[in-house]
Ligand binder design. Sequence first.
Ligand code: DC
Length: 230
Amino acid sequence: MSTSDKCFVIAVDGPSGSGKGTLSRMLASHFGFHLLDSGALYRLTAVAARHHGVALDDVETLQVLAAHLDVQFVAGSGGDEARIILEGEEVTNAIRTESVSSDASVVASLGPVRTALLARQRDFAQPPGLIADGRDMGTVVFPDAPLKIYLDASAEERASRRYKQLISKGLGASLDDILNDIKTRDSRDMNRAVAPLKPASDAVVLDSTSMAIEAVFKAVLDEARHKGLH
Ligand code: DC
């Protein structure tokens, strides 16, 4: 039996800032499904590497770290983000910094690290269903998922969203720097040899550049209904 036979999996892939994190939380809350934030696992591996003084080119040790991540996800309620505990320490906010984003993108380009995280990601597929948020959910981790969404948006729009988010938190930010970082990470994520970011051949591709998240959510609910999920 394949993983997705055990429960209904909706794969939600796309670049950072496309709105897939928000969309995934809305879907998980709506359907009462589990939620996999697979990007968090790459971020946690990057943070664990820092904690243990492991260099980002030490692939062998990074693979061991990824395979043995001591992490707990404490589910949020009503669409809130889960709290994340790494080795007994809360890292919910610490894994979201720009420098961890950059390290996570490097770590995520390493095949052995991706392989080490595969089983852990598939373990999230539990009844009644799973919303799997990432880059390779539909292509590699859950290739049999009955519904695959690829959510895109222009790099400029994604940078602008990130900029507003940082400013609203009272954090200083440069729109140019954010846009450059986004383009660098996109290029690394899309051009890496293993599991590059791309839509699965059977994915529904949505562009959220000029769509409100509620409209994206509604479009996905329509797709889910077509697949028999109510
Ligand atoms: O979605 P995010 O920004 O939290 O992801 C962090 C990094 O991990 C980003 O560079 C993309 C990468 N990633 C990946 O390669 N595969 C996934 N399934 C999820 C994230």
